[in-house]
Design a protein around this ligand. Structure first.
Ligand SMILES: [Zn+2]
Length: 146
């Protein structure tokens, strides 16, 4: 099953651990090994954080609103569904001067809380770079996921 099908299929049973074979590459929880995200949803890295457009097996805390000048950002903390490890935040909404600027939701995950299975061995998630993509490929991939 492709990563996009997982994100699109709300009936898919949540917690699962993928078999570590050459067929799969994925990020999993550092503590409990629960599968969290796939590399095709990994889009950007900034210091210790990774931007993902889709994540699985997570639980959200209550939404928080943060005002910075005329920008209001709605976020919620993201936890591992299985062991409650805090992964980072989900950005739910960004509003600029009362207009919704970007209604797409995305995730900033702390890479040190994740481990990456690269098909052969486990490596630090913080050492993984997002796949190289053109702007068009990124748009197409986001369209498929949402
Ligand atoms: Zn966990």
């Amino acid at each position: 099953m492709a990563a996009e099908d997982l994100h699109r299929n709300p009936g898919w049973p949540l917690i699962f651990e993928l078999v570590r074979t050459v067929d799969y590459r994925f990020f999993h929880c550092r503590r409990c090994s629960c599968c969290v995200a796939f590399p095709d949803t990994f889009f950007e890295k900034a210091e210790n954080y990774g931007l993902f457009v889709a994540v699985i097996n997570f639980r959200l805390d209550k939404q928080k609103e943060e005002n910075r000048g005329n920008v209001c950002i709605t976020t919620a903390d993201v936890h591992c569904l299985q062991c409650n490890n805090l992964f980072g935040v989900k950005v739910i909404n960004v509003t600029v001067s009362d207009k919704t600027k970007d209604s797409r939701e995305f995730f900033w995950l702390t890479m040190t809380e994740l481990v990456y299975w690269n098909g052969h061995e486990e490596v630090k998630a913080s050492s993984v770079e997002p796949p190289n993509r053109s702007r068009r490929e990124i748009e197409e991939q986001i369209e498929r996921i949402y």
